[in-house]
Design a protein around this ligand. Structure first.
Ligand code: HBI
Ligand code: FE
Length: 290
Protein backbone atom coordinates (compact mmCIF):
# COMPACT_ATOMS: atom_id res chain seq x y z
CA UNK A 1 0.00 0.00 0.00
CA UNK A 2 1.43 3.38 -0.92
CA UNK A 3 1.11 5.90 1.88
CA UNK A 4 -0.95 9.03 1.19
CA UNK A 5 1.57 11.82 0.39
CA UNK A 6 1.60 14.97 2.43
CA UNK A 7 -0.09 17.64 0.33
CA UNK A 8 2.99 18.80 -1.59
CA UNK A 9 1.87 22.37 -1.76
CA UNK A 10 -0.03 22.67 1.51
CA UNK A 11 1.85 21.10 4.40
CA UNK A 12 0.51 18.10 6.24
CA UNK A 13 -3.19 18.55 5.46
CA UNK A 14 -4.77 15.12 5.31
CA UNK A 15 -5.86 14.52 1.74
CA UNK A 16 -9.41 13.46 0.95
CA UNK A 17 -8.67 11.02 -1.88
CA UNK A 18 -8.50 7.24 -1.47
CA UNK A 19 -4.83 6.29 -1.59
CA UNK A 20 -5.22 2.69 -0.37
CA UNK A 21 -5.10 1.03 -3.78
CA UNK A 22 -2.78 3.17 -5.85
CA UNK A 23 -0.20 1.68 -8.21
CA UNK A 24 3.47 2.47 -7.48
CA UNK A 25 3.12 5.51 -9.79
CA UNK A 26 0.10 6.66 -7.74
CA UNK A 27 -2.41 5.90 -10.50
CA UNK A 28 -5.81 4.28 -9.86
CA UNK A 29 -8.76 3.16 -11.98
CA UNK A 30 -11.28 5.92 -12.78
CA UNK A 31 -14.29 3.58 -12.12
CA UNK A 32 -16.60 5.81 -14.16
CA UNK A 33 -19.67 3.67 -13.41
CA UNK A 34 -19.34 4.51 -9.71
CA UNK A 35 -20.08 8.22 -10.16
CA UNK A 36 -23.50 9.16 -8.75
CA UNK A 37 -26.12 11.24 -10.53
CA UNK A 38 -25.31 13.98 -8.02
CA UNK A 39 -21.66 13.93 -9.05
CA UNK A 40 -22.56 14.13 -12.74
CA UNK A 41 -24.91 16.99 -11.85
CA UNK A 42 -22.04 18.81 -10.14
CA UNK A 43 -19.97 18.37 -13.31
CA UNK A 44 -22.87 19.69 -15.44
CA UNK A 45 -23.29 22.76 -13.21
CA UNK A 46 -19.57 23.60 -13.18
CA UNK A 47 -19.03 22.88 -16.87
CA UNK A 48 -22.04 24.92 -18.04
CA UNK A 49 -21.05 27.85 -15.82
CA UNK A 50 -17.42 27.93 -16.87
CA UNK A 51 -18.00 27.16 -20.56
CA UNK A 52 -20.21 30.27 -20.77
CA UNK A 53 -17.20 32.41 -19.77
CA UNK A 54 -14.63 30.83 -22.08
CA UNK A 55 -15.25 32.73 -25.31
CA UNK A 56 -14.87 36.07 -23.56
CA UNK A 57 -12.12 35.34 -21.03
CA UNK A 58 -10.12 32.26 -22.07
CA UNK A 59 -7.28 31.94 -24.56
CA UNK A 60 -8.71 30.62 -27.84
CA UNK A 61 -6.40 27.59 -27.57
CA UNK A 62 -8.25 26.56 -24.41
CA UNK A 63 -11.64 26.62 -26.14
CA UNK A 64 -10.20 24.69 -29.09
CA UNK A 65 -8.71 22.14 -26.68
CA UNK A 66 -12.00 21.60 -24.85
CA UNK A 67 -13.63 20.77 -28.17
CA UNK A 68 -10.67 18.66 -29.33
CA UNK A 69 -10.82 16.35 -26.29
CA UNK A 70 -14.59 16.05 -26.63
CA UNK A 71 -15.47 17.45 -23.21
CA UNK A 72 -19.10 18.47 -22.81
CA UNK A 73 -21.66 19.28 -20.14
CA UNK A 74 -23.40 15.89 -20.39
CA UNK A 75 -21.43 13.99 -17.77
CA UNK A 76 -18.06 13.49 -16.12
CA UNK A 77 -15.67 12.55 -18.94
CA UNK A 78 -14.47 8.96 -19.36
CA UNK A 79 -10.65 9.25 -19.23
CA UNK A 80 -10.12 6.36 -21.66
CA UNK A 81 -12.42 7.96 -24.24
CA UNK A 82 -10.60 11.29 -23.82
CA UNK A 83 -7.25 9.56 -24.30
CA UNK A 84 -8.39 8.07 -27.61
CA UNK A 85 -8.77 11.67 -28.82
CA UNK A 86 -5.84 13.27 -26.97
CA UNK A 87 -3.04 10.83 -27.77
CA UNK A 88 -3.17 11.28 -31.57
CA UNK A 89 -3.03 15.07 -31.12
CA UNK A 90 0.03 15.47 -28.90
CA UNK A 91 0.99 12.04 -27.56
CA UNK A 92 -0.35 12.97 -24.12
CA UNK A 93 -2.74 10.91 -22.03
CA UNK A 94 -4.48 11.56 -18.73
CA UNK A 95 -4.13 9.12 -15.85
CA UNK A 96 -6.48 8.78 -12.88
CA UNK A 97 -5.07 9.58 -9.43
CA UNK A 98 -6.67 9.86 -5.96
CA UNK A 99 -5.63 13.53 -5.73
CA UNK A 100 -2.35 15.34 -5.06
CA UNK A 101 0.63 13.01 -5.46
CA UNK A 102 4.25 13.44 -4.35
CA UNK A 103 6.24 15.85 -6.47
CA UNK A 104 8.72 13.30 -7.79
CA UNK A 105 5.82 11.21 -9.13
CA UNK A 106 4.09 14.28 -10.51
CA UNK A 107 7.17 15.40 -12.42
CA UNK A 108 7.79 11.85 -13.68
CA UNK A 109 4.25 11.71 -15.10
CA UNK A 110 4.64 15.04 -16.91
CA UNK A 111 8.03 14.01 -18.29
CA UNK A 112 6.34 10.86 -19.64
CA UNK A 113 3.46 12.93 -21.12
CA UNK A 114 0.84 11.67 -18.72
CA UNK A 115 -1.20 14.16 -16.76
CA UNK A 116 -2.61 13.13 -13.35
CA UNK A 117 -6.34 13.89 -13.04
CA UNK A 118 -8.08 13.46 -9.68
CA UNK A 119 -10.97 10.97 -9.80
CA UNK A 120 -13.16 12.68 -7.14
CA UNK A 121 -15.33 15.73 -7.77
CA UNK A 122 -16.22 18.44 -5.23
CA UNK A 123 -19.45 18.49 -3.23
CA UNK A 124 -22.27 20.91 -4.15
CA UNK A 125 -21.39 23.18 -1.22
CA UNK A 126 -17.82 23.52 -2.56
CA UNK A 127 -18.75 24.83 -6.01
CA UNK A 128 -16.89 28.08 -5.55
CA UNK A 129 -13.92 27.08 -3.46
CA UNK A 130 -12.10 23.96 -2.39
CA UNK A 131 -8.66 23.46 -0.91
CA UNK A 132 -7.38 20.65 -3.16
CA UNK A 133 -7.57 20.14 -6.93
CA UNK A 134 -10.57 17.96 -7.82
CA UNK A 135 -11.57 16.34 -11.11
CA UNK A 136 -13.15 19.52 -12.41
CA UNK A 137 -10.07 21.64 -11.71
CA UNK A 138 -7.70 19.06 -13.16
CA UNK A 139 -9.79 18.21 -16.19
CA UNK A 140 -11.48 21.46 -17.20
CA UNK A 141 -8.47 23.52 -16.11
CA UNK A 142 -5.53 21.50 -17.34
CA UNK A 143 -6.58 19.00 -20.03
CA UNK A 144 -7.65 21.32 -22.89
CA UNK A 145 -4.14 22.76 -23.36
CA UNK A 146 -2.62 19.28 -23.49
CA UNK A 147 -4.25 19.17 -26.93
CA UNK A 148 -2.12 22.17 -27.99
CA UNK A 149 1.20 20.89 -29.39
CA UNK A 150 3.32 23.82 -28.18
CA UNK A 151 1.85 23.91 -24.67
CA UNK A 152 2.09 20.10 -24.48
CA UNK A 153 5.81 20.30 -25.28
CA UNK A 154 6.22 22.95 -22.55
CA UNK A 155 4.47 20.69 -20.03
CA UNK A 156 6.82 17.82 -20.81
CA UNK A 157 9.86 20.13 -20.60
CA UNK A 158 8.52 21.32 -17.24
CA UNK A 159 8.34 17.72 -15.99
CA UNK A 160 11.93 17.09 -17.04
CA UNK A 161 13.06 20.36 -15.40
CA UNK A 162 11.17 19.35 -12.25
CA UNK A 163 13.04 16.07 -12.03
CA UNK A 164 16.34 17.94 -12.32
CA UNK A 165 15.25 20.64 -9.85
CA UNK A 166 14.86 18.02 -7.14
CA UNK A 167 18.61 17.39 -7.13
CA UNK A 168 19.14 21.16 -6.65
CA UNK A 169 16.54 21.38 -3.88
CA UNK A 170 14.88 23.93 -6.17
CA UNK A 171 11.41 22.39 -6.50
CA UNK A 172 9.96 25.44 -4.74
CA UNK A 173 11.34 27.76 -7.41
CA UNK A 174 9.93 25.57 -10.16
CA UNK A 175 6.60 25.39 -8.33
CA UNK A 176 6.44 29.17 -8.79
CA UNK A 177 6.89 28.72 -12.55
CA UNK A 178 4.01 26.21 -12.56
CA UNK A 179 1.89 28.49 -10.41
CA UNK A 180 2.34 31.64 -12.50
CA UNK A 181 1.91 29.90 -15.85
CA UNK A 182 0.09 26.55 -15.83
CA UNK A 183 -2.15 27.56 -12.91
CA UNK A 184 -2.53 31.36 -13.17
CA UNK A 185 -1.06 32.43 -16.50
CA UNK A 186 -2.44 35.11 -18.84
CA UNK A 187 -1.87 35.30 -22.59
CA UNK A 188 -1.68 38.51 -24.62
CA UNK A 189 -3.87 38.21 -27.73
CA UNK A 190 -4.94 40.61 -30.48
CA UNK A 191 -8.26 40.95 -28.62
CA UNK A 192 -6.59 41.70 -25.29
CA UNK A 193 -5.57 39.63 -22.28
CA UNK A 194 -6.97 36.13 -22.01
CA UNK A 195 -6.60 33.52 -19.23
CA UNK A 196 -4.95 30.15 -19.87
CA UNK A 197 -4.13 29.06 -16.30
CA UNK A 198 -6.10 26.14 -14.85
CA UNK A 199 -6.52 27.76 -11.45
CA UNK A 200 -8.17 30.73 -13.15
CA UNK A 201 -10.31 28.84 -15.65
CA UNK A 202 -11.74 26.43 -13.07
CA UNK A 203 -12.89 29.37 -10.93
CA UNK A 204 -15.87 31.49 -11.98
CA UNK A 205 -14.78 34.51 -9.94
CA UNK A 206 -11.12 34.47 -10.86
CA UNK A 207 -11.83 33.96 -14.58
CA UNK A 208 -13.39 37.45 -14.68
CA UNK A 209 -11.12 39.03 -12.04
CA UNK A 210 -7.85 37.96 -13.71
CA UNK A 211 -8.74 39.64 -17.00
CA UNK A 212 -10.79 42.65 -15.85
CA UNK A 213 -9.98 43.65 -12.27
CA UNK A 214 -7.85 46.78 -11.70
CA UNK A 215 -6.56 45.28 -8.42
CA UNK A 216 -3.82 42.84 -9.45
CA UNK A 217 -0.48 43.61 -11.02
CA UNK A 218 0.07 42.13 -14.46
CA UNK A 219 3.62 42.05 -15.81
CA UNK A 220 5.40 40.41 -18.73
CA UNK A 221 6.52 36.82 -18.09
CA UNK A 222 10.20 36.56 -17.22
CA UNK A 223 11.23 33.20 -15.81
CA UNK A 224 13.76 34.59 -13.31
CA UNK A 225 11.26 37.15 -12.04
CA UNK A 226 8.69 34.34 -11.72
CA UNK A 227 11.11 32.14 -9.77
CA UNK A 228 11.72 35.01 -7.35
CA UNK A 229 8.03 35.83 -6.80
CA UNK A 230 5.93 34.54 -3.92
CA UNK A 231 2.31 33.56 -4.37
CA UNK A 232 -0.79 33.14 -2.22
CA UNK A 233 -2.90 29.97 -2.42
CA UNK A 234 -5.97 31.21 -0.56
CA UNK A 235 -7.09 34.36 -2.41
CA UNK A 236 -7.39 35.65 -5.96
CA UNK A 237 -3.89 36.38 -7.23
CA UNK A 238 -2.37 39.82 -6.73
CA UNK A 239 0.15 39.25 -9.50
CA UNK A 240 -0.31 37.73 -12.97
CA UNK A 241 2.42 37.08 -15.53
CA UNK A 242 1.55 37.63 -19.19
CA UNK A 243 3.08 35.62 -22.03
CA UNK A 244 2.97 36.67 -25.69
CA UNK A 245 2.74 33.06 -26.83
CA UNK A 246 3.04 29.48 -25.57
CA UNK A 247 6.26 29.27 -27.60
CA UNK A 248 7.66 31.80 -25.13
CA UNK A 249 6.93 29.37 -22.27
CA UNK A 250 8.48 26.47 -24.12
CA UNK A 251 11.63 28.41 -25.07
CA UNK A 252 12.05 29.63 -21.49
CA UNK A 253 11.99 26.09 -20.11
CA UNK A 254 13.33 23.69 -22.75
CA UNK A 255 16.96 22.73 -22.53
CA UNK A 256 17.74 25.55 -20.09
CA UNK A 257 20.17 24.65 -17.32
CA UNK A 258 18.51 26.39 -14.38
CA UNK A 259 21.30 25.33 -12.01
CA UNK A 260 23.07 28.73 -11.96
CA UNK A 261 19.71 30.51 -11.58
CA UNK A 262 18.70 28.23 -8.72
CA UNK A 263 22.04 28.93 -7.03
CA UNK A 264 21.78 32.71 -7.51
CA UNK A 265 18.20 32.79 -6.19
CA UNK A 266 19.02 30.29 -3.43
CA UNK A 267 17.10 31.05 -0.27
CA UNK A 268 16.60 34.77 -0.94
CA UNK A 269 13.15 35.79 0.35
CA UNK A 270 10.38 35.75 -2.27
CA UNK A 271 9.19 39.06 -3.69
CA UNK A 272 5.65 39.80 -2.45
CA UNK A 273 3.15 39.57 -5.34
CA UNK A 274 1.93 43.11 -4.60
CA UNK A 275 5.41 44.60 -5.28
CA UNK A 276 6.55 45.97 -8.65
CA UNK A 277 10.24 46.38 -9.52
CA UNK A 278 11.75 49.08 -11.73
CA UNK A 279 12.92 46.29 -14.06
CA UNK A 280 9.37 44.89 -14.54
CA UNK A 281 7.71 45.27 -17.95
CA UNK A 282 4.36 46.34 -16.52
CA UNK A 283 1.21 45.43 -18.48
CA UNK A 284 -1.20 46.83 -15.87
CA UNK A 285 -0.18 48.33 -12.53
CA UNK A 286 -2.60 47.02 -9.91
CA UNK A 287 -4.30 49.02 -7.20
CA UNK A 288 -2.63 46.58 -4.77
CA UNK A 289 0.81 47.66 -5.98
CA UNK A 290 3.15 49.05 -3.32
N1 HBI B 1 -0.25 16.20 -7.77
N2 HBI B 1 -2.16 15.22 -8.67
C1 HBI B 1 -1.34 16.30 -8.56
N3 HBI B 1 -1.64 17.43 -9.22
C2 HBI B 1 -0.83 18.53 -9.13
O1 HBI B 1 -1.11 19.57 -9.76
C3 HBI B 1 0.32 18.47 -8.32
C4 HBI B 1 0.59 17.27 -7.65
N4 HBI B 1 1.70 17.20 -6.86
C5 HBI B 1 2.63 18.27 -6.73
C6 HBI B 1 2.21 19.51 -7.43
N5 HBI B 1 1.14 19.55 -8.20
C7 HBI B 1 2.98 20.78 -7.26
O2 HBI B 1 3.81 20.72 -6.12
C8 HBI B 1 3.82 21.11 -8.49
O3 HBI B 1 4.36 22.39 -8.36
C9 HBI B 1 4.91 20.11 -8.63
FE1 FE C 1 -3.77 22.47 -11.12
Amino acid sequence: MTKPPSAPTRGQLDLRGAYEHTAPDYTVEQRWDNYSDGEHETWRTLYTRQRALMDRYAAPEVVAGLDAVGADEQAIPRFDVVNDRLRPLTGWRIVAVPGLIPEEHFFAHLAARSFPVSVWIRKPHELDYLSEPDLFHDFFGHVPLLANPVFARFMQAYGVAGQKAQSHGAVGLLARVYWYSVEFGLLRTASGLRAYGAGILSSKGETVYSVESPEPNRIAFDIERVMRTDYRIDTFQRMYFVVDSFEQLFEASYGTDFGPLYDSIGMTPGIPPERLLASDRVVTRGTVAH
